[in-house]
Ligand binder design. Sequence first.
Ligand SMILES: C[S@@+](CC[C@H](N)C(=O)[O-])C[C@H]1O[C@@H](n2cnc3c(N)ncnc32)[C@H](O)[C@@H]1O
Length: 190
Amino acid sequence: MAHKFNPNNKKKLDNEWRRENLPPVETLEKLGLKPGDVFADIGCGIGYFTIPAAQMIGNNCAYALDTLSEMLAEVELRSTAAGVKNIEIVKTAELDLLIPDESVSFGLMVNVIHEIVDKNQFLEEISRIIKPGGKLAVIDWEKGETEMGPPIDHRFGKEELTAMLKEIDFECQETMKFTENFYGLVFSKK
Ligand SMILES: C[S@@+](CC[C@H](N)C(=O)[O-])C[C@H]1O[C@@H](n2cnc3c(N)ncnc32)[C@H](O)[C@@H]1O
């Protein structure tokens, strides 16, 4: 059984440690998000990345996708406070992202894959929403000892993820690190 994030811990998603390890704007720039992208934050949590991404892409849509209403309520509050108007909030189902086929040019998934039981089907669903030639960027915990983070056996390694995505025609274009704690991968959909 995969371990699901407890919404009572939502403060863990925006604090000083996280801003040092994954500064939101610099992280999105490093992953290659560009003005004009249509963005989807898959498992967006409280919108830590969704809100700066929406500001970076201009007037296009930034989808905030999550299965938990508590998280999406926080995205609503934070985006209103920031005056950001191009976020579409969608309460998704476990294996259904509920947005149109090939509607996204840049998908982001940060610290989500280890929570998914049926990873193959979830990745297929992500493929459905991404345009041919579009990108999927993934950040997750390195599968090794780090100063913080979930138990190692709950983590999902970059090699395994790359192999699964290759099976469904995503080519890994870039591999990067964010401090010692996180890997970043950028895939392109054929
Ligand atoms: C650890 S949090 C990360 C949140 C955000 N990506 C961030 O980095 O700030 C994981 C999030 O994934 C969401 N999640 C888990 N399973 C999901 C699924 N099947 N579809 C969409 N979101 C999911 C959880 O509700 C939670 O908000």
